[in-house]
Design a protein around this ligand. Structure first.
Ligand SMILES: *[C@@H]1O[C@H](CO)[C@@H](O)[C@H](O)[C@H]1NC(C)=O
Ligand SMILES: *[C@@H]1O[C@H](CO)[C@@H](O)[C@H](O)[C@H]1NC(C)=O
Ligand SMILES: *[C@@H]1O[C@H](CO)[C@@H](O)[C@H](O)[C@H]1NC(C)=O
Ligand SMILES: *[C@@H]1O[C@H](CO)[C@@H](O)[C@H](O)[C@H]1NC(C)=O
Length: 420
């Protein structure tokens, strides 16, 4: 009976030894992008249903030959202590479960320095047969940085141009692809007949107006992609020259217009100045043209009367004085007022005035007698007497009554007619 039990125990021991400890990692290599938070999976299977002591450790070594292995952390069961090496402090942790055999390594914010071979090792006393460790390759990738799109060459009809596209970063090295849309932002039915797309350079040969549009470059590696756009407007070569010519013509036109304006202003200014000078020099005033010459002269003479009496011919003065005295007589006075009111339509009243003159001439003969008395009252009595003496000497000239009529301006042609 006792021998049977020990035989079963030996059998069980043998059977469990056949199973042994087994540490596994599902994939030989994992790829993650730089900056990602990642988990490297590791599982183990022990022959012991409930091992009393388990030690789990993760280490890393560069994938180069003779690289030194670096311990990352060590976990102790059942104390559940985790010993993390200083250079990984803060960015690693262990996702562990002894009953289910889980020992995953968690790494946050991985960098290109994490491009290493990682090893997961499990130590269980009395269960050290089998496969106690497994390794995994971590490939840290860098997403392509946003590419820069540029054009090389002149975007003119018939030219050959290149469109370039480069991402500054990318691991593995990105590949580039160009797509284009026409000017209406529709995908092209057929790509440009002659293009090459190599290393991010799209070469377009003998380009035409139809080559214009939006070109999009996609920079891609195994983890991510990024794009840039470039707008291509192909112009006829003549347009560049044409626009230059248009600008030149426009500038010339502006200069010409400015010159014309300046000359015009100068001429106007000079003309105005000349007119002012002519006016000051007393060119025949237009205001006199449609006035009756005799009337006009008569009025001007009356205005001048007070200022220029001394310089005037004595006969003229005396006659003028006699003419002025007429205002005191009733009949000539009213006659005079009428004439003043008739100034506006002088031309039509000309015939009437001719008759006025005839009347006045007859009045004048009567007034001559009265003038003699009135003139004696005048200040300049002496000159008057001299004048009278002189007149008596020239009797034949002053004999006629009409010679004593008021002076007539030189430009009054009708005076002679009244003499008859
Ligand atoms: C990674 O984990 C850190 C905290 O450990 C967090 O701040 C960061 O946002 C995470 N990054 C990503 C990409 O999830
Ligand atoms: C376009 O690229 C090709 C190949 O890189 C080069 O030979 C050619 O000179 C480039 N053309 C222009 C206009 O830059
Ligand atoms: C360019 O294209 C035009 C028509 O679009 C053609 O007449 C000309 O021969 C081409 N030139 C070259 C160098 O291919
Ligand atoms: C490029 O253009 C497309 C549509 O024309 C747009 O969806 C995309 O966001 C643009 N990309 C960039 C980087 O501007």
């Amino acid at each position: 009976m006792e021998g049977r039990i020990s035989a079963l125990a030996v059998l069980c021991l043998v059977l469990s030894s056949v199973g042994a400890l087994k540490v596994t990692i599902p994939e030989p290599q994992y790829e993650f992008a730089r900056g990602d938070n990642i988990t490297l999976p590791c599982s183990f299977k022990s022959t012991l249903a409930a091992p009393r002591l388990v030690i789990i450790s993760w280490s890393a070594e560069a994938p180069t030959a003779n690289a030194k292995e670096t311990l990352i952390l060590t976990y102790y069961f059942p104390s559940k202590l985790t010993d993390i090496k200083s250079m990984y402090e803060g960015r690693v942790s262990l996702d562990v479960s002894i009953p289910t055999g889980k020992a995953n390594l968690k790494l946050s914010s991985i960098t290109l320095a994490d491009n290493k071979v990682f090893e997961c090792r499990v130590q269980i006393p009395t269960d050290d047969e089998g496969t106690p460790a497994a390794t995994v390759r971590l490939v840290v990738l860098v997403a392509p940085s946003t590419p820069i799109c540029k054009t090389q060459g002149k975007a003119e009809y018939g030219q050959n141009i290149n469109l370039t596209c480069v991402s500054a970063e990318g691991s593995p090295t990105p590949t580039y692809k160009w797509d284009s849309r026409d000017v209406r932002n529709m995908p092209r039915a057929a790509p440009h007949p002659r293009t090459t797309d190599k290393g991010g350079i799209l070469s377009l040969y003998n380009i035409t107006k139809d080559t214009s549009g939006i070109y999009t470059c996609t920079s891609r590696n195994k983890i991510r992609s990024a794009t840039c756009n470039i707008s291509l407007a192909v112009m006829p070569p003549s347009l560049t020259f044409g626009s230059t010519a248009i600008i030149a013509v426009a500038v010339s036109a502006v200069v010409l217009i400015a010159l014309i304006v300046i000359i015009f202003c100068c001429c106007r200014h000079r003309k105005k100045k000349r007119e002012e000078e002519e006016y000051a020099m007393g060119v025949p005033g237009e205001e006199f043209h449609d006035k009756e010459p005799a009337r006009n002269g008569e009025r001007r003479q009356a205005d001048r009367d007070e200022d220029t009496r001394v310089d005037r011919d004595p006969n003229e003065e005396r006659s003028q004085r006699g003419y002025d005295s007429r205002k005191d007589n009733d009949e000539p006075h009213s006659d005079y007022d009428d004439r003043r009111s008739e100034y506006d339509d002088r031309r039509s009243d000309y015939d009437d005035r001719r008759s006025d003159y005839n009347d006045r001439r007859s009045d004048y003969s009567d007034r001559r007698d009265r003038n003699s008395d009135r003139n004696e009252r005048h200040d300049d009595e002496r000159s008057y007497n001299e004048r009278r003496d002189r007149r008596n000497d020239d009797d034949d000239r002053y004999d006629e009554p009409h010679d004593d009529r008021p002076p007539v301006p030189n430009n009054k042609p009708l005076r002679r007619d009244y003499d008859d």
